[in-house]
Design a protein around this ligand. Structure first.
Ligand code: UT7
Length: 327
């Protein structure tokens, strides 16, 4: 049934993972850890690592080309590019501008959104507003990261968690179906529990430039906040749409830790065969994780047109958010 309402429909998805794979056993050769510990505490078995010289915009480009092919959209048709990333190629220009030029989409608006691991959900929400307001008809939304560039490989509490990768979606204005709602939250008061505390304005450490700076995390605190925040945002999302948790077809969560994913699935009373899990193969790819999982689920035939999907993420900031959509 059509209406006058404008939705943002996902017309195509794409993703890209760098070629190099680092397994838990590979990691255990240079840091004090084991496949057994990593798998039991996180669900991660391996992660992909960007090659030397391979940047976030490279990963974003490959994912975007695949999403555009799937959507049947050319670069000239794109009105706006929004990239969620916390590991941009450069301080400026934005990764979105670099991507725009490489795609040949010159002229359209292009900008990055930094919300750490919630970057894709933030980018998707912004893009959705552009479409709903009528300001854009076709938007490329990307989550892309080379997070392993800021990992301290000698620090076992963080080195085992992260990977590189990118996912993308093409959103098109549609009167039939699409994104039903998005919900964004942040709490800057918890910044020190998960951060990388250097930068242009604060200053890089003497003699280090930006090399050697690393993610710092208080893992068990982040774990507790993440579970609570995600419980709350999934409840908020269902309530805003007058839906029951049993109406959902798929949960497509941020892939940080299988135990966090299982906690959200339990909250939603969803069996794990209706939850898309890629954390075992990808590790935590930050902004890349939700669109990577979505693309995998679409291409494998798990997610079908017409199904109701709940996407959610939690990350540094803290930031967290969700999107409910009819695919
Ligand atoms: O995407 C952004 C959001 N990020 C997250 O959501 C991450 C949330 N946090 C987590 O996923 C978990 O807290 C971790 C996976 C990071 C850690 O799991 P945990 O069950 O909370 O472990 P823990 O930090 O409490 O550490 C337990 C033990 C400690 O040893 P002791 O003190 O009990 O002797 C750690 O030193 O495990 C030790 N440990 C390790 N052992 C082997 C910590 N890291 C490792 C490791 N290998 N890699």
């Amino acid at each position: 049934m059509s209406s006058d309402r404008i939705y943002s429909r996902i017309a195509g998805t794409g993703s890209y993972l760098p070629e190099k794979v680092l397994t838990n056993d590979d990691l255990a050769k240079f840091v004090d850890t084991s496949d057994e510990w990593i798998a039991a505490r996180t669900g991660i078995r391996q992660r992909h690592i960007a090659a030397e010289g391979e940047t976030t915009s490279d990963l974003a480009y490959h994912a975007s080309v695949r999403a555009m092919e799937a959507a049947g959209v050319t670069a000239a048709e794109i009105d706006l590019i929004v990239v969620g990333t916390t590991t941009p190629d450069l301080i400026f220009p934005s990764t979105a501008c670099l991507l725009q030029h490489r795609l040949g989409a010159n002229g359209c608006g292009a900008f990055d959104v930094n919300a750490a691991c919630s970057g894709f959900l933030y980018a998707l929400s912004v893009a959705d507003k552009f479409i709903k307001s009528g300001d854009a008809k076709t938007v490329l939304v990307v989550g892309a990261e080379t997070l392993t560039r800021m990992v301290d490989w000698g620090e076992r509490t963080t080195a085992v968690l992260f990977g590189d990768g990118a996912g993308a979606v093409v959103l098109k204005a549609d009167t039939e179906t699409g994104i039903l709602s998005t919900h964004l939250h942040a709490d800057g008061g918890k910044k020190e529990l998960l951060w990388n505390p250097v930068g242009v304005s604060v200053g890089f450490k003497e003699g280090e430039k930006n090399a050697g700076v690393a993610i710092q995390m208080s893992g068990s605190d982040v774990f507790k906040y993440a579970v609570r925040a995600l419980d709350s945002v999934v409840d908020e999302t269902l309530e805003a749409n007058g839906l029951d948790k049993h109406d959902l077809d798929w949960l497509i969560p941020h892939q940080a830790n299988l135990r966090i994913i299982e906690a959200t699935a339990k909250r939603l009373d969803m069996p794990m065969d209706r939850v898309v899990v890629t954390v075992d193969k990808h590790g935590n790819t930050s902004s890349g994780s939700v669109p990577l999982a979505l693309d995998q689920a679409v291409r494998s035939g798990q997610v079908q047109r017409g199904q109701l999907l709940l996407l959610e993420a939690f990350g540094g900031g803290f930031t967290w958010g969700s999107a409910l959509l009819r695919y």
